[in-house]
Each structure stands twice: as C-alpha cells, then as structure tokens.
Design a protein around this ligand. Structure first.
Ligand code: NI
Length: 179
C-alpha cells in the first residue's frame, strides 16, 4: 500500500467526470487500498478517485471513529433522496483548511458495486449520507463549494487562496530558521 498525493482545488481533474469501472482486478483493489491509506493518513472520512488523479468511479468512505467501517463504493449511484435537508459544515481533502455549511438530503439510498463487482444497496443517514453525496459529487466533477451561492463560493475561493498563501509563508519561515 502507498499513500498518494491528494490533488488540490482548482485542478481540472477535480472538475472532470470520472468513467465507470468495468474491470474488477488487482489494480482496482490496489487503488482502493491506496486511497484508504491516503484517507486515514490525512485524516479524512472519504476520498474519491478524482482526488488522487484517477478518473474512475470509485470512492472510499469510513465515518466511524474507530476507523473500522471502511466501505468501497464502485460506480456509486444515489437512487433515493429524502426531502428533509441537513445543514452540515463540510470540508474536503482537496480544499484543505476550508469549512463551509452545505445543505443536503439527510437520507439517501445508494447502489454501488464492491471490489468483486457485486452490486449492493445501502441506506445512509447523518454523516454517512452527507459523505456519500459529497464523494459521489466528486465523480461528477463537483466539489462541495459548488453547492454554495455564487457570492459565497467566491468568498470561499478567496479564503482558500489566503489559507494557501499563509501556509506558504509559514513554510518559508521554517526554511529560513533552518538556514
Ligand atoms: Ni471532498
């Protein structure tokens, strides 16, 4: 297993639509294992293949605190959504440091395949429902700030640029102190 670099917004791969998975082989299993390792290391609760630069419809999710609930969703599809919305402050490993409130259905039913190509369906609520929608969005080239109003999205993008600038300055300072 290997930790993979997480691609940062606004890289075009994050705005691209991923292709359906048709081959369930060792390469796919390795990618899933690497994505899981990358997610746990971050740490995060979900990761889509786009975020590691692979345009395949696969996401890994684990919303448990004990990190014992890893689920791999291949070709996930949301087949039912509740009318009730939940407001949750979301973050994303590709928009590091940025957190914004997003409203989404609080309950979804997802149909997906596992790593052997076997189809399963899962009812998701709460954090799992949010995460499944957030990650499935990635496969369609959508990031969470795309759900905000134009004005709020612009503000969020400005905030993100500022965060990155500050991080670069801190890195520079650290490098200076090492001299
Ligand atoms: Ni994300």
């Amino acid at each position: 297993m290997a930790k993979l670099p997480v691609i940062q917004y606004p890289h075009p791969v994050l705005a691209a639509k991923a292709e359906p998975v048709t081959v369930f082989d060792d390469d796919l299993r390795r990618l899933a294992a690497d994505m899981a390792e990358t997610m746990y290391d971050a740490p995060g609760v979900g990761l889509a293949a786009n975020q590691v630069g692979v345009l395949k419809r696969m996401v890994v999710i684990d919303v448990t605190e004990e990190k014992t609930g890893l689920t791999v969703f291949v070709n996930p599809e949301i087949i039912e959504k509740s009318d009730t919305l939940i407001d949750h402050e979301e973050g994303c490993l590709s928009l590091k440091g940025l957190y914004e409130h997003v409203k989404r259905p609080d309950h979804v039913r997802v149909r997906a395949q596992d790593l052997d190509g076997k189809t399963f369906e899962l009812d998701c609520e709460g954090l799992l429902a949010i995460c499944v929608q957030h990650e499935t969005d990635h496969l369609d080239g959508i990031v969470f700030i795309d759900h905000l109003s134009m004005l709020k999205k612009q503000r969020a993008a400005t905030k993100l640029r500022k965060l990155r600038r500050e991080e670069k300055e801190r890195e520079k300072e650290r490098a200076h102190r090492m001299d």
